[in-house]
Design a protein around this ligand. Sequence first.
Ligand code: AMP
Length: 280
Amino acid sequence: MRIIRKVAEMAAFDANHAGLVPTMGAFHEGHLSLMRKAKAENGSCVVSLFVNPTQFGPNEDLSRYPRPFERDVQLAEEAGVDILFAPEAGDMYPGHPTVVRVPAVSELWEGAHRPGHFDGVATVVLKLFNIVGPKRAYFGQKDLQQCLVIRKMVNDLNVQIHLSFEATIRESDGLAMSSRNVYLSPQDRLAAVLLPTSLQRLAEKLQHSSKSESEVETLLAQERCELESGGFKVDYFALASLPDLQPTLDPSEPSALIAAARIGSTRLIDNRILAPYSIE
Ligand code: AMP
């Protein structure tokens, strides 16, 4: 595996048959499964490892975000990655950089709770597409809104790339894998399972019988209460339409349950797309 640090060196490399996996490092099985898929489907895999400062708010965890670089190098190598692109922030962002803003779908949910977050995401992802120039890029459905923002950007700006959105990889108790799970205390880790449990329980209810809007509203409120009783501070727990992520109470339309909640000092996000829909 080759490690490239310089933007100019990466841009000069011919990666137009490669699959790209953009990441912020601290690899877990969610990242590694994207890498293996990119390698299997394209023959070669480029992984970007960049803790992108522009997608963190002023009071967020940029400085304490885990950065186990040597371990990441080893895991990427074992996953069959061909190039690990790990640029410096100063090389990625000149003074007063251009910003990509994706309207509407960026503004709700995560966008409302983390102002500027998706501007940072859309900008860095478009830059990575332009620097690396891959055939296909891979993202995880754990970050459902991110997938939808990137898809809209690619469609709106006619970016010549194929996108793949892969299923969420979970721990054995259902917690979605995340680099931020290392922040969970042992006690918070036990409580954290309530979030996927709650989403799954409600998804099953909504998928298997038709419900009126007021029934859906009551069920959402009940699950939110369960989470709060379990120690969570809930930012949102909602049903949202696909692909626009507008709030809805109609689970017979393409939709997903989406949630963000804090346990201790850790903010977790998760979602369940209601069957039979998908965003692949
Ligand atoms: P991150 O390093 O957190 O920015 O994530 C890099 C990529 O891995 C993003 O496309 C994420 O959606 C994806 N990802 C993160 N966690 C998971 C997971 N548990 N399952 C599948 N993909 C994931």
